[in-house]
Write a protein that binds this ligand. Structure first.
Ligand code: PMP
Length: 439
């Protein structure tokens, strides 16, 4: 369709054209059932098949082991900010019933706007006297390591993490006193600020912090016991863009579908089985009762149809997963996405040398998915007018969604899976022309 723009929006964002075409015919008549997909019962055998297929494909592409369940729910990433707190505090209560609320630590790694929001929600839910009975705290705040002292422009190196002494000790003496935290939280890709953990596990900016993974020799000392870390990762904006390293070591990984996977309204949660806890048993020990649509065990026990799921979003996500497989799977997307971001950061660097653009993120912390930069005026400062010229010029060429998040300004080009290398090339060509015209 020649009228379609290239959508560099951060989410909801571009989906593959072939998927949209197929979905549009199935809106009228799903697989010749005579019923459109948005009208289809979630108890029908057709839908049950779709859901099972989506699960199997995600499991295969991300190499999700049988230790983990994949559940589908609603409420978005934001819903999970709350759900992880409820579920992992209930688990902690069952494991360590004797502890006081202060000792049920929720440890947050702050690298951007979304991890900050998650931490704020945890603090809100914990607030006494009628809270959920935990103690949310910050392990590291990346703003302390920023160029301007106030922006989220980097992933701090592991050495800067300040786990509470309890947590640090518990990582060595697992499951003995002092107890491990209820959760350790990070956001793998910060969509607003454009920072992402390194995918190189040797890097001090890799996730999730070497400290959490003692060498295997240490594990042998513990009789080969592999720690069941309460590690929680928000993968909303990088899900399905590249493999997830050490996925098996996570307690919970969650993502809204609306970046790489499908329409908004579907949330994917990968939960380790020991985190599917009996909420009512935990409540008897004093944990906060978990609202049912947030309770991982309730959702898992009903194969994600405890209540009506987002049928259409699940359908489209399944089409997208098929498309990913057809195009060579996650390994190939990783290569393509790596090339895309290299190209785009390359031109931003050229713009920087020409005094026209300025990157916002420190070296080594750049997001593969959300490339953020500023456009400079003649005085060398970020300029709203210059930024608008960039956005207007791009728009004339059919490239939309480039305005940075309202909270931070600047330009943000989101290059999720459905943005092709050709699309990125068009943006690079346009940006080259822009730099020439402005310098
Ligand atoms: N986490 C991240 C990394 C996000 O990008 C977003 C949304 N853009 C959210 C959480 C919140 O997701 P939702 O809007 O689905 O609640």
């Amino acid at each position: 369709d020649n009228n379609r723009a290239v959508n560099f929006g951060a989410g909801p964002s571009a989906l593959p054209l072939s998927v949209l075409q197929k979905a549009s015919t199935n809106i009228l008549n799903f697989q010749n059932t005579g019923i459109g997909i948005t009208e289809l019962s979630h108890r029908s055998k057709e839908f049950t098949g779709l859901l099972a297929d989506l699960e199997a494909r995600i499991r295969k592409q991300l190499d999700v082991p049988p230790t983990h369940k994949i559940i589908f729910t609603q409420g978005g990433g934001t819903g999970q900010f709350s759900a992880v707190v409820y579920n992992l505090l209930a688990r902690h209560r069952l494991l360590y019933p004797e502890l006081g609320d202060d000792e049920r630590r929720l440890e947050y790694v702050l690298t951007g706007s979304w991890s900050k929001r998650a931490m704020e929600e945890a603090k809100r839910l914990c607030a006494s006297p009628r809270g959920v009975g935990g103690n949310a705290r910050v392990v590291v705040d990346a703003r302390a390591f920023s160029k301007d002292g106030k922006s989220f422009d980097n992933i701090p190196p592991h050495a800067e993490y300040q786990f509470s002494p309890y947590t640090a000790a518990s990582l060595v003496h697992l499951r003995t006193r002092p107890p491990p935290p209820a959760l350790i939280y990070y956001c793998e890709n910060e969509t607003v600020d454009g920072v992402q953990f390194s995918d190189d596990l040797e890097s001090p900016q890799s996730f999730p912090f070497g400290l959490l993974f003692p060498p295997d020799s240490d594990n042998e000392e513990r009789g080969g016991h592999r720690p069941l870390l309460p590690l929680v990762g928000d993968y909303s904006s990088s899900f399905m863009s590249r493999p997830i390293p050490r996925l098996a070591d996570h307690a919970v990984i969650f993502a809204g579908a609306q970046k790489n996977l499908g329409p908004a309204g579907l949330t994917i949660v990968i939960v380790r089985q020991d985190c599917l806890v009996d909420a009512d048993a935990a409540a008897k020990l004093g944990a906060a009762p978990i609202p049912l649509t947030f309770a991982y065990k309730t959702i898992a026990d009903s194969n994600s149809v405890y209540n009506t799921p987002s049928v259409f979003a699940i359908y489209v996500a399944e089409l997208v997963m098929k498309n990913i497989e057809r195009e060579g799977g996650l390994a190939r997307y990783e290569q393509v996405n790596r090339r895309k971001k290299q190209k785009l950061y390359g031109i931003v660097e050229e713009g920087e040398e020409a005094g026209v653009l300025r990157r916002k993120v420190q070296e080594g912390s750049e997001s593969w998915m959300n490339v953020v930069f500023e456009v400079l005026g003649k005085d060398g400062l970020a300029s709203k007018e210059a930024e608008q010229r960039f956005i207007d010029g791009a728009s004339q060429k059919g490239m939309l969604g480039l305005k940075g998040h309202r909270s931070v300004g600047g330009i943000r080009a989101s290059i999720y899976n459905a943005i092709t290398e050709d699309n990125v090339e068009s943006l690079v060509v346009y940006t080259t022309e822009f730099i020439q015209a402005e310098k």
